[in-house]
Design a protein around this ligand. Structure first.
Ligand code: BTN
Length: 237
């Protein structure tokens, strides 16, 4: 199958490129770069990655079927990346931290930033740490990479081709019921005590998986609460 792929040696941000060119780029276009000079993370953070070491890419979504699933799209993308790492690269200890991070053995390997302008388009931006051997500086969550976990360097070009095809099929064809079924085997938060903010107020509880709408279920003192996407989650000891 022919996927529309735009590759850059250096760019400000693949998400920003997709947003600037959303009108002319096709649905499901993959934009990837070896380097971003203004890579963006969630909550106005930077996403810094040494040139040519990791996968930095965005997928432009314009089809109404997926646009309608906006609330679930980050989680679907995280599940897609996690399934790829586990099922195609045979990595162990792969997990999804609801709603949008991919972990390997308790450390963050990939992050997802969903942006866009409904009803026209959404951009799923994904940073997957692949060949980076060490991470200097301060991180909220300890980072890791495929190399750190396996001791093997991976060819970025062939990895990207496989991952793009995999994510295309995962996002466009995988039934929600199957994703829901797979979720427990990736659930990083299950039974962990967490705190998060909903409408400005803090809620604490024990994570109990997700419901049929892919919302997080939290056992609180006041009972079982269903949490929609987007909140910051802190693990409590
Ligand atoms: C996070 O904070 O965990 C989300 C990080 C998302 C980073 C990716 S890298 C490719 C795409 N372009 C960006 O500027 N950000 C996303």
């Amino acid at each position: 199958m022919d996927l529309q792929v735009h590759r850059f040696s250096s760019i400000d941000s693949t998400n920003a490129y997709c947003k600037r060119n959303a009108e002319s780029l096709g649905d499901f276009c993959f934009v990837w770069a070896l380097e971003q000079t203004a890579g963006k993370g969630r909550e106005q953070r930077e996403w810094v990655s040494p040139k040519g070491e990791n996968l930095l890419f965005s997928i432009l979504i314009k089809g109404q079927d997926l646009l309608k699933k906006k609330e679930k799209l980050s989680l679907f993308a995280a599940m897609g990346v996690a399934s790829f790492l586990r099922d195609e690269l045979a990595l162990e200890g792969v997990a999804v931290k609801w709603p949008n991070d991919v972990y390997i053995k308790g450390k963050k390997a990939a992050g997802i930033l969903l942006e866009g302008q409904l009803p026209s388009y959404l951009v799923i931006g994904i940073g997957l740490n692949v060949n980076q051997a060490s991470f200097k500086g301060q991180y909220r969550v300890v980072p890791t990479s495929v190399f750190i976990e396996t001791g093997k360097q991976v060819d970025l070009a062939s990895l990207s081709e496989k991952l793009f095809l995999f994510l295309h099929d995962f996002l466009s064809k995988k039934e929600e019921a199957r994703i829901l079924e797979d979720y427990p085997s990736f659930d990083y938060l299950k039974d962990k005590r967490i705190s998060l903010f909903e409408n400005g107020s803090e809620i604490k509880g024990i994570a109990q998986g997700i419901d049929g709408d892919f919302s997080l279920l939290l056992q609180t003192k006041a009972g079982l609460k269903s949490i929609h996407s987007g909140e910051v989650i802190t693990l409590l000891g």
